[in-house]
Design a protein. Structure first.
Length: 284
């Protein structure tokens, strides 16, 4: 009997250890796939999260938007940060496969219109941009990131009724677009505003939209305040797609991203918070 009691005492710590969950929202590891256009933001968020919860490890992998969503629909990944929402056909796949994918509002970003500083044109209307994209106008050459990128799919889905931008020249990414613009004054390029760090040789163009009250064109630069109130016409929303069946680190990281602390990091990257209230102060 004494031996049995001693055995049970020795076994108790082992049983307690076995009952501890191997992963919790603040303990364990996760691989997060992200749209490459918001990679710097997600890395900053990861660093902030893991510095607070030092028993977590977050690996961030950048992919093109369609590639990330494809992995999610195949149930291969638990988390994807996307620069567009699901299409109707993708939502049908989710429903048919009964995938439990939760969608969270993360932040708002803007697509900047860049041009060479040698270009005499200093601003452009939204309608002129659409005419260039469709090929209706050829006054300027217009560059877009390649297919499967968030910007390409956003432009195609939101402004071109799902039709390819026939008038645009497609380049691999933002870096290639910026290089092309430096050598061609009569051209513009569309890129994520949060990725515009160096404007020594390039200029951000204000984009104009018709004010139906004044019948005048109002021009706006990409700015978080204009993303929130919808005045900047090339505003897009960034989403978090979560497929975490075990309520692990992916869920914990999502909670952090949508918290006040996570949204402060959003602002530091020229993006607008999407999950917390923001007060816009007008300076006159």
């Amino acid at each position: 009997m004494i031996r049995l009691i001693l055995f049970c005492i020795l076994l108790l710590p082992i049983l307690n250890t076995c009952n501890e969950p191997t992963e919790t929202p603040t303990k364990g590891s996760v691989t997060v796939y992200t749209d490459e256009s918001v990679l710097p933001l997600v890395i900053k968020e990861k660093d902030a999260f893991t510095s607070i919860y030092n028993e977590t490890a977050v690996k961030v992998i950048p992919v093109k938007t369609s590639e990330g969503i494809e992995k999610l629909l195949k149930d291969d990944i638990v988390m994807f940060i996307s620069s567009r929402n699901f299409t109707s056909s993708e939502q049908t796949i989710i429903n048919n496969r009964r995938l439990d994918i939760k969608t969270y509002d993360f932040c708002y970003g803007g697509i900047a219109v860049l041009t060479s500083r040698q270009n005499s044109l200093t601003k452009i209307s939204f309608d002129d941009i659409k005419d260039l994209l469709t090929g209706k106008s050829s006054k300027l050459k217009i560059y877009l990131p390649s297919e499967k990128t968030g910007i390409y799919e956003f432009i195609k889905g939101e402004f071109l009724d799902g039709k390819p931008p026939a008038g645009a020249v497609l380049l691999d990414g933002d870096k290639e677009i910026k290089e092309a613009l430096k050598n061609q004054p009569q051209s513009i390029g569309l890129t994520g505003f949060n990725q515009v760090k160096d404007t020594n040789s390039l200029r951000i163009m204000p984009v104009g939209v018709l004010n139906y009250l004044t019948k005048q064109i109002d021009y706006f630069i990409p700015h978080p305040a204009y993303f929130i109130n919808g005045q900047y016409p090339l505003t897009r929303e960034i989403f978090i797609f979560l497929n975490d069946k075990h309520f692990g680190v992916a869920s914990g990281f999502t909670s952090f991203l949508t918290s006040t602390e996570g949204q402060k990091v959003v602002l530091s990257e020229n993006l607008a918070p999407g999950s917390v209230s923001v007060k816009i102060v007008s300076h006159k």
